[in-house]
Design a protein around this ligand. Structure first.
Ligand code: AMP
Length: 183
């Protein structure tokens, strides 16, 4: 993996969530990426945590690439200050472009869209269809119920032991950076 400048693809909520810690962490992520001269690849929106990450990255000097499907390419939803906006036909194509343009994935709290993105790339990693690291950012145990479900699926024989470490987890933004820097 690229040891110098990295492009990090961030998946996160199009809502803010109820805990202000999530937006604070999103802000810190952008700040840390700017300090390191990294770039952001993300869904292109200006909403919720997505907007916070993008805004923070832009204000800290990161290059920001939005990848958006045509049906979401609405001037009111797209972040106005992106350095590059890639408009694609469909969601599956968007994921392909996001993977091509990034060195690693970082998943922040979110809803169905975020879960879809997380598991798309975890399933593809399991099938060796890509080899990019995935970091699940788990502030204040937000994803604990999901991790418990995965453990249950392992215990029930649906996820093999060898896939236990398919993705990293981090409970602080500093930990996210130390994982990314160690890759
Ligand atoms: P959700 O977790 O359901 O809020 O969905 C957020 C994820 O889905 C993000 O990582 C985006 O890539 C994608 N997404 C959802 N809504 C939008 C939107 N309005 N504009 C751009 N991307 C979106």
């Amino acid at each position: 993996m690229n040891r110098g400048s990295k492009a990090v693809c961030v998946f996160c909520g199009s809502q803010f969530g109820k805990n202000p810690v999530f937006a604070q962490a999103a802000q810190l992520l952008g700040q840390g990426m700017g300090k390191r001269g990294w770039s952001l690849v993300y869904g292109g929106g200006d909403l919720g945590l997505m907007g916070v990450v993008a805004k923070s990255c832009i204000s800290h000097g990161c290059k920001v690439v939005g990848v958006i499907p045509k049906f979401l390419d609405d001037a009111e939803l797209v972040h106005p200050d992106l350095h590059e906006l890639v408009v694609v036909e469909a969601m599956y194509e968007r994921k392909r472009v996001m993977e091509e343009r990034s060195d690693a994935f970082c998943v922040f709290p979110g809803g169905f869209g975020t879960l879809d993105e997380l598991f798309e790339f975890v399933a593809l990693l399991q099938l060796k269809q890509h080899s990019k690291p995935i970091i699940l950012f788990n502030p204040q145990g937000f994803f604990d119920p999901l991790l418990l479900q995965i453990k249950h699926m392992m215990e029930q024989g649906f996820i093999q032991e060898k896939y236990k470490k398919l993705f990293h987890t981090a409970s602080s933004v500093e930990e996210v950076f130390s994982i990314l820097e160690g890759l």
